[in-house]
Design a protein around this ligand. Structure first.
Ligand code: MTE
Ligand code: MOS
Length: 790
């Protein structure tokens, strides 16, 4: 058996193959959960009854009128639940609530022969509410001390000592918005029951095992009686890590009660008004630098807006605290994290899982403080990088810290940073009403679930008598290319061409007790399990081949569909022939594989340990141009260098980097969730319920030049075939877009001043930022008097 990271030279890993479903995606042949329902007869459709209050008690519900609507078959209410009336894992998410916790909360579900019947039925359900006081904004929640879950503190050194006698001390506040996942496929589930009462659910879920667990507890069944399958998702982005469970449970409950298959698919408005989003944050901070600009101390309080229930808010906060250092060494740290409870959707995982929020705080601090220290922002960042041998505030040594330096230096050259920096300056001097900004920011992102137990995975690999291979693993496919990578891993491990390997959909009855496909660790974990299964099979095949080839089993090699003695590919026998012989010799040709990440430990109360297997590094340069009259801007050029170890699949990885950057830049510059905070009748309603009011990045926002490169010769020991995770880290490269906008806005004012910038930095926000800069410029003109209220 070879070590985990070693790769044979002719293996399929590292080949630039397209996504396994690429042609099906673009031709419309790819099936999604909701496409499967139309193939069933007798199908029922589910529609929610959504409450029109941010917070209210349900005082009366009468479903009789709904049952008179033609085509309505049943109305599901709390009285129908045989098990636990709860859709979450924290016991705080009533599936059928008697207390409405947010505007749009579903209080009942109607099943109909058609969608229209179910929809009209939902309108006919009579519900009376007693409105209760509600908290919508994070400020109101902080003022009311409305918090939920555990509060945690990350600590290192002596914060008082850090501030004592520091050359420079600054403090500030920063509040930034959440983000809608806007996966193209909304939440969907399809359930039916077999003759023995066993439930089969197709669900668009990143966490089939937990969807199974929750459905079982709602139905009062054991896990073995519920099977969940996920064919693929049309995007998840963390939004389908917890949110799908309740919808699957509703479909399953409806199916149990009616004996008919039940389909539930949220339309876009329902998905946006009912499901959780990225957590908005509020931060208050104080920072100290020494004479030369090195960080000495950071104290901060981060408050996330968790919405109405806990969901994943605690681990999201833990990851935020573990990423507030980003790439920088800070000797004295004390950061508190707490979760506000508001009457909004229950905020959840979103690509980066709190990491982006933590990082944004320190990057905002550096962007604001650099001019006050008389330094360029890129110099200040570089100056504070972790050095080899240093550790994070939670005690994890920063392995390969030197990669950060290398990567940064390489990108500065390939992105022609210095010359462009001069060019931007010259441009700005020559253009009073248009300014350009150029920024470079780094990313250091910890890979593994903070919660140690989740870092395990299983796989099932079958070799059939004809030599064809079928693989199954615990990870789900959401467009990120995990299945493509897993096919490449299996083909490499067995030494066969990729087209001999077929992959079957993720199912809880094939691989049990799986973790969510999340934390970017899908390929590391499931790849480890698949490789392990393949190696078990190969070991048995080696024994058979050794006899035929007349060599020791250790000297048998598998490559390109041939099996041969080490060093003698010419003496090879056909893999398929070998498999056939092995079958006749009664050899087990399939195996279950398992992998668990070694060396992790984490004390979540002390916020201390080594929660991550390794760090992913990356950096991005963004150049923008801002119009001084409107705040409108465009992205002129983006250059990215990302460390993915030795890539398992470079086309997939480059796609992940591009998509991650754009999604991150979208969060920070375009996408703005607005909730009605008035005391009017729509208090608590999400005002941005559709793509018409919620601005997503599209072709028109793409950078005019977009250069993405992967770091070369970056083998990561101890990870499958030397690769590194790629799913989430690039999202945080989008911070460079925000920092470039800050530079451009600041260029409208005098040098050396702190430039504040709200988030998201929409054109409107950028306009107010540059207006502030212009005011400062006017005030600095001798003889100019600026009215205080200007
Ligand atoms: N890429 C696409 N196309 N669609 C997605 O939903 N989700 C992201 C990332 N990339 C996502 C994606 C998130 S939040 C995570 S955690 C990882 O993919 C999960 O997959 P992995 O562990 O296989 O990288
Ligand atoms: Mo990703 S936010 O870990 O699903």
């Amino acid at each position: 058996m070879t070590s985990l990271h070693e790769r044979p030279h002719n293996g399929a890993v590292g080949d630039a193959v397209p996504h396994e479903s690429a042609s099906a995606h673009v031709t419309g042949h790819a099936l999604y959960t909701d496409d499967l329902g139309v193939r069933l007869s007798n199908l029922l459709h589910a529609w929610p009854v959504q409450a029109p209050h941010a917070h209210a008690r349900v005082t009366r519900m009468d479903v009789s009128q709904a049952l008179n609507v033609g085509g309505v078959v049943r109305v599901l209410t709390a009285a129908d639940v045989p098990g636990a009336n709860d859709a979450g894992v924290k016991g705080d998410e009533a599936l059928f609530p008697t207390e409405v916790m947010f505007h749009g909360h579903a209080v009942a579900w109607v099943l109909g022969d058609s969608i229209d019947a179910a929809r009209l039925g939902a309108l006919a359900v009579e519900v009376e509410y007693e409105p209760l006081p509600s908290l919508i904004s994070i400020h109101d929640a902080i003022a009311a001390e409305s918090f939920q879950g555990a509060q945690s503190t990350l600590r290192r050194g002596d914060i008082a000592l850090g501030f004592e006698g520091a050359a420079h001390t600054f403090e500030g506040e920063f509040e930034f918005g959440g983000q809608e996942h806007f996966y193209l496929e909304t939440n969907a589930a399809l359930a039916y029951v077999d003759e023995a009462g066993q439930i089969f659910i197709q669900s668009s879920t990143q966490h089939p095992s937990e969807t199974q667990e929750i459905t079982a507890h709602v139905l009062g069944l054991e896990a073995s009686q519920v099977t969940v399958q996920c064919l693929r998702m049309g995007g998840g982005f963390g939004g389908k890590e917890m949110q799908p469970h309740g919808f699957a449970a509703i479909a399953a409950l409806g199916s149990v009660l009616t004996g008919r298959p039940v389909r539930l698919r949220l339309n876009r408005t329902q998905d946006m008004t009912m499901t959780g989003k990225r957590h908005p944050f509020h931060a208050r901070w104080k920072v100290a630098f020494d004479e030369g600009g090195k960080l000495r101390a950071l104290s901060a309080t981060l408050t996330s807006d968790g919405g109405w229930s806990l969901d994943l808010s605690e681990p999201v906060m833990a990851r935020a605290l573990c990423h507030i250092d980003n790439a920088y060494y800070v000797p004295h740290v004390e950061v508190h994290g707490r979760i506000a409870r508001t009457n909004k959707t229950s905020q959840t995982a979103f690509r980066g899982f709190g990491g982006p929020q933590g990082m944004l705080v320190i990057e905002d601090i550096l962007g604001r403080c650099a001019p006050l220290l008389g330094l360029e922002a890129h110099e200040l960042r570089r100056l504070n990088f972790y050095q080899p041998g240093e550790a994070t505030p939670y005690g994890q040594p920063v392995r390969h810290a030197e990669r950060l330096e290398d990567l940064w230096a390489q990108l500065m050259v390939s992105g022609n940073f210095e010359a462009r920096h001069q060019a931007v300056r010259a441009f700005n001097d020559a253009h009073p009403h248009t300014k350009r900004g150029l920024a470079i920011t780094p990313v250091k992102f910890g890979i593994s679930f903070n919660f140690t137990a989740y870092n395990q995975a299983g796989a099932l690999v079958h070799v059939y008598k004809d030599g064809s291979v079928l693989i199954n693993h615990g990870g789900t496919e959401m467009g990120q290319g995990l299945h493509t990578k897993m096919i490449q891993v299996a083909a490499t491990a067995l030494g066969v061409p990729v087209n001999w390997v077929r992959l079957a959909p993720t199912r809880t009855d094939k691989v049990p007790n799986t973790s969510a496909t999340a934390a970017s660790s899908g390929a590391d974990l499931n790849g480890g399990a698949i490789k392990n299964a393949c190696e078990q099979i190969k070991e048995r095949l080696s024994d058979v081949a050794a006899g035929a080839l007349g060599v020791h089993p250790n000297d048998v090699r598998f490559e390109g569909g041939l099996v041969f003695p080490l060093g003698h590919p010419d003496k090879g026998i056909d893999f398929k022939m070998l498999v056939k012989d092995a079958y006749h010799l009664r050899t087990q040709l399939w195996a279950a594989g398992f992998y668990r990440t070694p060396g992790l430990h984490w004390d979540r109360v002390a916020m201390h340990g080594e929660p991550f297997k390794y760090f992913s590094y990356g950096a991005a340069i963004t150049e923008v141009e801002v119009d001084g009259f409107s705040g409108l801007y465009r992205t002129r050029r983006v250059d990215i260098l990302q460390d993915v170890g030795d890539s398992l699949s470079p086309l997939i990885d480059i796609g992940q980097v591009e998509g991650g950057y754009v999604q991150g830049a979208g969060w920070l510059t375009l996408e703005e969730l607005r909730w009605d905070e008035s005391d009017g009748p729509n208090r608590g309603r999400l005002s941005t319920q559709a793509a018409s009011t919620y601005k997503l990045p599209s072709f028109s926002e793409m950078p005019e030049v977009f250069n993405v490169a992967l770091m070369e010769r970056a083998t990561e020991d101890g990870v499958v075939y030397g690769s590194k995770a790629v799913g989430e880290p690039p999202l945080m490269l989008g911070i460079s877009a925000r920092e470039a906008l800050r530079q451009a806005a600041a260029a409208f004012g005098p040098v050396g001043r702190e430039q504040f910038l709200g988030s998201p930095a929409t054109p409107e926000t950028v306009f107010w930022a540059l207006e502030e800069a212009r005011q400062a410029a006017a005030a600095a003109q001798p003889g100019n008097v600026v009215a205080a209220d200007d």
